[in-house]
Each structure stands twice: as C-alpha cells, then as structure tokens.
Design a protein around this ligand. Structure first.
Ligand SMILES: [Fe+2]
Ligand SMILES: [Fe+2]
Length: 258
C-alpha cells in the first residue's frame, strides 16, 4: 500500500500549495491512501467544517490533527459526524470525535490511522503510550496497515514512540513542530519512522506565523494576536510503501514541493 502524508497545513498559503500539488503527487506516488494533518488549516488555528469538506473533495482520505483541533468551536459537531477527521486519541474519551479511523483504500485494502499527542511541552492529556496500546488492541486482527500521526513538541518523545510501536504499526510519523527532520528510517521490526514531517505552509515566517508577531512576543512576553504568514509556500510530506500482507514498511522518503 502506498501512503502519502502531508504535514500540518497552515492557513490559506498551506491550503493553496496542497491544492496545487495534491493531484500530481498522488499520481506520481500512485497513492492508495492520502492523509493530511489539518490542525492549522483555518488561518493557523483549527479547522472549519467548510475547509474539512474541501480537503475531502480534493481527495484527502483522512485528516489528522493535534492540540489546535479545538480552536474553532464549529468543528465540534463535525468531529462527531465525520469519523475521517481525527483528533488525538489520548484526549478525554468524552471529548467530541475519535482518534482512530479504519477505512478501505482505493485499492480495496483496509488500513487504520491512529492520531496521538505527546505530553512534553503540550497541553495535558492521557499517556499516549498506554492509549496506543489500548487503541491497537481494539483494532480488528486482520488490519495490518496501521499509520500513526504522533503529534508532539519533543523529538525525544516522538523517537520513543517510534521504538515503542516498532513492529506493531506500519509507520510512526511526527507532526506539530512544522520543521521537517531528516531522520527518516525503517526501524528493525519494520516500522517506518520520521520525527517530524514539517508543514505545508508559508516558510517566510516563524513556523507559519508572521515573523514580526512572533519576534514581538519573544521581545515583550505580552500576549498578542498571531496572523498566518503568506509568502514562500512549501509543502512538506512523506511517502511510504507498506507491505499490505504483513503491515511492515518497505520504503519511506521525504516529499518536498515549493
Ligand atoms: Fe501544527
Ligand atoms: Fe500542534
């Protein structure tokens, strides 16, 4: 199974570059399954039902997210209605939405997507390691291809999750920092791993935000509004090839467009 994953998509500039390249990337990589992290899609903060519908119309199969999923209140009922828009599984169980999607891909094969969130320098949540154990135990036994979006700030926590799930899932790919790392690998028991996939968004910025807004915050420590930047849009993603019979990864590579 061939999987295309696109990192945190930030604001209008991020959505535009995804729209520009999505179809050609899906063709080039013969993607059976396309996943995108959408937590910053609406002007950098959360996602609206309209934008989620757009992503699905463009051909995204599953939307993952993270701490920003709660920013737009109008997404709450949509989270309960649309099981292909995920929020991290280790938020309280009675929060809207779910952290796991099981779906049939274009080729007719089944796959699962699990969204987790780290706890280091992040809002408080349940333990993502133990929640991963519980969610994996609940999956039907015949599901072999399992993709994990591990949304977290600390590289160490994401690397640890890669090792913790090695051999139990097909891929653990990090999101949240918006800065891509260059450590893509296949771990010894067959799990593809990348600490952070990066973002689809404006790179003339501080991780997607107008740079002056962020510099002012660092200089003054006075809370102020952050606007999404617009210039130098680039798309960061990852391409994965998974053995559908065993669920083990065969190949991982970073994807960049600008
Ligand atoms: Fe993000
Ligand atoms: Fe985040």
């Amino acid at each position: 199974m061939k999987i295309l994953f696109i990192g945190d998509t930030v604001g209008k500039a991020g959505r535009a570059i995804v729209r520009q390249y999505l179809e050609s990337l899906q063709q080039e990589y013969e993607a059976d399954l396309t996943i995108l992290n959408c937590e910053n899609a609406a002007a950098g903060f959360g996602i609206t039902p309209k934008i989620a519908d757009e992503f699905f119309d463009w051909g995204i199969d599953v939307l993952t997210s993270g701490n920003h999923i709660w920013d737009k209140k109008e997404i709450m009922p949509y989270l309960d209605k649309n099981p292909r828009l995920l929020r991290p599984a280790n938020y309280p169980g009675d929060n809207p939405g779910t952290g796991v999607a099981v779906l049939k891909t274009k080729s007719g094969e089944e796959a699962a997507v699990l969204n987790l969130q780290g706890r280091v320098f992040m809002p408080p949540t349940d333990d993502p390691f133990r929640v991963a154990d519980k969610e994996l135990a609940k999956l039907p036994k015949h599901i072999k291809v399992i993709f994990v979006d591990m949304h977290g700030e600390a590289t160490s926590e994401k690397v640890a999750m890669g090792w913790y799930l090695d051999g139990r899932v097909s891929a653990v790919i990090g999101t949240h920092t918006h800065v891509p790392t260059a450590d893509e690998t296949i771990l010894p028991k067959g799990t593809a791993f990348l600490t952070d996939v990066g973002m689809a968004g404006p790179f003339h910025s501080v991780i997607g935000v107008v740079k002056e807004d962020v510099i002012r915050r660092f200089l003054t420590s006075i809370p102020s509004k952050f606007e999404s930047a617009s210039q130098d849009a680039r798309l960061n993603g990852a391409f994965l090839e998974i053995d559908s019979q065993t669920g083990k990864a065969r190949h991982i590579e970073r994807v960049h467009r600008r």
